[in-house]
Ligand binder design. Structure first.
Ligand code: GUN
Ligand code: ZN
Length: 432
């Protein structure tokens, strides 16, 4: 032991197991204790039990709010924080008119540094402690992101976004440059502190086979990289990909043939998958990142969660800022709940399902087993929701019949304004 342990006393909830496959996956403690030393949880359970076993540990009293594992956002775009709110356009028009003009500004390193601060401030302010982040097309801007992530302590997985067609000229690269710039960033940042590298072709629409092969070469040459891209988001996009890859069986096949679909692959959206795609995703144990606010804002469609679960495809949650409407995974959980409620054959989602999707599901997607829940041995990554007195959420918290009811209200009405404190690896990164 190198430092004294701290005992956090709080109403806490977490999902040590997957509620889609396990009964009683939710662990809720109305008067709970979490013993933390050197950023790692040593013991968890009823406060009284932990107190008896560790009578000398100083207590930090967090009662009156809810303590949850830090949220894990598995799909969010760093260069789009300043274009949140471009509502009402379908994907390809939104890219042309809102997202890509802003992404071109990231060539200016001073501009990119400001965006990195806004973006990471937004993530942490919403209670997100780990994120799989779509980076920039510019290597300097990706460096700026990793620097800001390192400064703040965020757990971040990101990389250079690569494309070589159909965007705008400033955003295009070549397979050789994609490989070389990727390699330099990997050597600087992959496994440095809390950061990992994600190989990131933007989507098959903007990526030739040559670029996808350069991505595969990076995956082959450097162990432990993650992979992320987009898939099956919008019907016009899907038709265009079909036209661009006449030899491919479907959208997934464009990645699959390049060798880019595996346990460490996270594909965003998958609103319109075929049965073949779902069965291949399940066989390769890759993840579909569901982004319900984005799917609603861009009119992409209803995510077929039931079909993913039935096929055995792992699903996690993403905010997809700036197609999405903000950083809060509470809001994403609520929107997922709404959409499953509204769609024929939707999956009824309990508060436990929403909490799992916002936490452990992301840890599983990213293969970060030291995050995602409060099980002993994991890092103390946590968010303390403490609504201001007089707010409706505060009223619910004061009178809730159970921690589960308070959790449901947090998803229904919680916002970043309710995030009082955030820890990553035991370090306070927001609040006091
Ligand atoms: N597909 C390719 N690029 C993007 C993007 O920036 N946002 C979304 N939602 N889909 C994409
Ligand atoms: Zn996206």
């Amino acid at each position: 032991p190198t430092s004294a342990a701290t005992l956090y006393r709080a109403t806490y909830l977490h999902t040590p197991r997957n509620p889609f496959t396990h009964p009683d996956a939710l662990d809720a403690q109305s008067d709970g204790g979490l013993l933390v030393q050197d950023g790692v949880i040593l013991a968890a359970g009823p406060f009284a039990d932990i107190r008896v076993a560790h009578p000398d540990a100083p207590v930090t009293d967090l009662r009156g709010g809810l303590l949850l594992p830090g949220f894990i956002d598995t799909h969010v775009h760093y260069p789009q924080v300043r274009v949140i709110g471009g509502l009402g356009l379908p994907l390809l028009d939104w890219l042309d008119q809102c997202a890509l003009p802003e992404e071109a500004r990231m060539a200016d390193l001073a501009y990119a540094r400001g965006v990195a601060r806004d973006f990471i401030g937004g993530l942490i302010g919403a209670g997100t402690t780990t994120a799989l982040v779509f980076g920039s097309h510019f290597a300097g801007a990706v460096d700026a992101f990793f620097e800001e992530a390192t400064r703040t302590g965020l757990r971040a997985v990101t990389g250079l976004v690569v494309s070589d067609r159909l965007l705008r000229d400033e955003l295009h690269t070549t397979p050789q440059r994609a490989y070389d710039e990727g390699r330099a960033l990997i050597e600087r940042w992959h496994g440095a502190g809390r950061t990992l590298y994600a190989v990131t072709p933007r989507f098959s629409l903007s990526a030739s086979e040559g670029i996808l092969d350069a991505c595969a070469a990076l995956m082959r040459d450097f162990p432990g990289l993650r992979f992320t891209s987009h898939i099956n988001e919008n019907t016009r996009e899907i038709q265009t990909v079909r036209d661009l890859f006449p030899g491919a069986r479907d959208y997934l096949d464009t990645y699959e043939r390049a060798g880019l679909v595996g346990r460490h692959s996270v594909l965003a959206h998958n609103v319109h998958p075929t049965d073949r795609e779902l069965s291949v995703m399940a066989a390769h144990r890759c993840t579909a990142a569901h982004c319900p606010c984005s799917n609603s804002a861009l009119g992409s469609g209803f995510f077929p969660l039931r079909r993913h679960l039935d096929a055995g495809v792992h699903v996690s949650l993403g905010s997809d800022v700036g197609g999405g409407t903000g950083f809060s995974l509470l809001k994403e959980g609520l929107q997922a709940h709404f959409m499953q409620n509204l769609m024929p054959g939707g999956v009824p989602l309990s508060p436990a399902h929403l909490l799992y999707l916002a936490t452990l599901a992301g840890a599983e997607a990213l293969d970060l087993p030291h995050t995602g829940s409060f099980e002993p041995g994991r890092a103390f990554d946590a968010v303390h929701l403490r609504p201001a007195p007089g707010t409706p959420l505060d009223a619910v918290f004061r009178h809730a019949a159970s921690p589960e009811r308070a959790l449901a209200a947090a998803f229904a009405t919680g916002t970043p304004a309710d995030v009082a404190r955030v820890w990553i690896g035991g370090d306070t990164v927001l609040g006091d």
